[in-house]
Each structure stands twice: as C-alpha cells, then as structure tokens.
Design a protein around this ligand. Structure first.
Ligand code: PBG
Length: 338
C-alpha cells in the first residue's frame, strides 16, 4: 500500500495545473467568464381577476396575484433591484370565448394592472404578450376555426391586443403566438397609432414544448386546449436551422430583441442565434423548468438556490443577455446576499 502511494506521488509533474485557478474564492471570481446581475432578470408574473384563486398546484411558491397583490409584490421586487416584468393575465373561464372578446374590454384586469404598475413604478419595464390564449375558450394563441388556427385572421386580433396593451402603458410587447408575419403587422399598427417607442421582443423561436404544462394550468387553459397541442404553429424540438430562419424573419419585420423558449434544453439554439445575429437575445426559463427544480428541491434532492444560480449562469454562458423567469425575485435576493 505504501509502495503504491509513493509511486503515485512521484509519477507526474504537469506544467499546466488548471486547479491553480480554482484554489480560492478570490481567484475563481477573478477568472469567471460569466457573471450575474439584477438587470439580467425579467420576472414572469400572473395577474388574476379577483374571483380566482391564487394557488397554482403545479408551481409551488408561485401565485396568481390580484392587481393589489401584484402592486405590493412588484414594489418589494423593485426595492431588490428588479428592472422588468413579463405579465400574463388569468381570466375567469366564463369570460373566455372562441374569439377572445374579453381582450377588447378596456377595463380588463391586464390593462388595469399595466396602468397601476406604470403609475406606481414608472422605472420598471412592463412587457406584455399579445397572444390570445388567456382569453380563448379553446386555449390557442390565435383564433380557432374549422379545427385550425388560421394565421392571418389571428394576426389581426393579436395586433389589436398589442395596441391595447401599448395604449394601457406597456413598454414592450412580446408576441408568443408564432403566427407568421405578426411582428411586422404589430410594428406597422403601433407606428401608425403613434407608438413608435413601444418595443417588440419576439418569441422568435418558440418550441411546441411539454415544459409549458404548469403555465397552462396557471392560466386555466390546460383542460380546454383544443387538439391538445400547438404543434401547427410552435416549432418542432428537433429543429435548429428553422429557428435561425424564424429569428431572421422576425428581425427583418422589426423585432428589437429575440427570445428562445423554453430555456435549458435549448441552450444550443441560444448560442447559435447569438453568434449569428448579434442582437439582444433572451431566454425564457419556463414553468416546467421551474417546477422540476422546485419539486426536486422540496423533496430534498438538491438545493433550489445553488442549482438556480448554476442554471442562470449557464443561460448567460450560452449567450443569453437576460432570462425571463419565475425565480427572478429569488435571484435578486441571492444576489443581495452575495
Ligand atoms: C402562450 C404562452 C405559453 C407560455 C408563455 N406564453 C404557453 C403556451 O404556448 O401554451 C409558456 C410559459 C411557461 O411555460 O412558463 N401564449
């Protein structure tokens, strides 16, 4: 035994010892290629009508907020350094219709939330989604006619939704619907109506993903989703060249930034988009990714905090300029703690 250890200790003297740069905290920090800051996180939040319940069974510790609760929560998050939010409305099922009529109600909960937040926190960016799925009784992001989601008709309603959001005070619209040509049509309408300064963050490469299931539960669109999937407009997870084409199209139509969604299983897409287009590129760390982490942590299998920091670091290493995440406030707290 002692012979063996002698042999090992004398056998190698590598010139490059990679571990020198890993010996202490200070040197690890000094050589870190990627860092996280409060400005990297966009908080995705649900705002609900008062009659609905706050709990979301498949998203532990995430809540649907009333406008009042939302105002309190965003105030606290703002004090922690939050810079922007992505807002998703949850509408009573009785108000959901095949034509998404409720979105034309200017007193609706989404517009109210935008107005109240903008008034109270003018420095926090508000990003909204003009897709129709919160408002439709079939759960699709566009209209649903003859067992299909018709593209051009859907784009018209999505454009109206984007305009109403801009009129309420949204700083940026982020269309998640994956209809063809919608970025250009939204840009045209916003410009016509004088909203040149309202930006567009396009969900340029949005995949037909199973990781959205908890989000659909949160919205109440899981049970009603006609056909049970969105594969006729969202992308096939098998494809990446197609994602590059989607990004090129959205940029040519006037998108100011692009987003890849979901996040972690799609880091290769983020990297390729960032390298090729050199435009602000964001990742959506979606509901299913959040749920997997949270549930594993609650079962004592891993540390929520440490694993979250690792995940967010990986998004940035892959090329993301920022991450839309349900964990934004948790990240801000962790950054504060150092
Ligand atoms: C649809 C939309 C979805 C998400 C954001 N916008 C789900 C879907 O396409 O059905 C998913 C977000 C998440 O899972 O966190 N407009």
């Amino acid at each position: 035994m002692s012979d063996l250890s002698l042999k090992i200790s004398s056998s190698i003297y590598p010139l490059a010892r990679m571990r020198r740069n890993r010996r202490h905290d200070w040197i690890r920090d000094l050589v870190a290629e990627t860092s996280l800051a409060a400005k990297d996180f966009i908080w995705s939040i649900f705002v609900r009508e008062n009659s609905l319940s706050p709990e979301i069974s498949s998203m532990p510790a995430i809540y649907r907020y009333s406008v009042d609760e939302l105002t309190d929560a965003v105030g606290i998050a703002g004090d922690l350094g939050l810079r922007a939010i992505a807002l998703f409305p949850v509408i009573e099922s009785e108000k959901r219709t095949h034509d998404a009529r409720e979105l034309f109600n200017s007193g609706g909960v989404l517009y109210k939330a935008i107005q109240v937040l903008k008034k109270n926190f003018p420095h926090i960016g508000i990003i909204t989604d003009p897709a129709l799925d919160s408002f439709t009784d079939h759960g699709h992001d566009g209209l649903y006619i003859n067992d299909d989601v018709p593209n051009d008709e859907s784009v018209q309603v999505i454009c109206q939704h984007a305009l109403l959001q801009a009129q309420a005070g949204a700083d940026m619209v982020a269309p998640s619907d994956m209809m063809d040509g919608r970025v250009g049509e939204i840009r045209k309408l916003l410009d016509q109506k004088g909203y040149h300064d309202v930006g567009i963050m396009s969900y340029a490469a949005k995949y037909a993903s199973n990781f959205y299931a908890p989000f659909r539960e949160a919205l109440g669109s899981d049970h009603c989703l006609k056909k049970g999937h969105k594969r006729t407009y969202q992308m096939d997870p098998a494809n990446v060249r197609e994602a590059l084409r989607e990004v090129a199209l959205d940029l040519s139509e006037g998108a100011d930034c692009v987003m890849i969604k979901p996040g972690l299983p799609y880091l290769d897409v983020i990297r390729q988009v960032k390298d090729r287009f050199l435009v602000p590129t964001f990742a959506f760390h979606v509901s299913g990714e959040y749920a997997m982490l949270k549930v594993a942590a609650e079962a004592g299998m891993l540390s929520y905090e440490k694993t979250l920091i690792e995940m967010m670091t990986c998004f940035k290493r892959a090329g993301a300029d920022g991450v839309i995440t349900y964990s934004a406030v948790d990240m801000l707290k962790l950054l504060k703690q150092g």
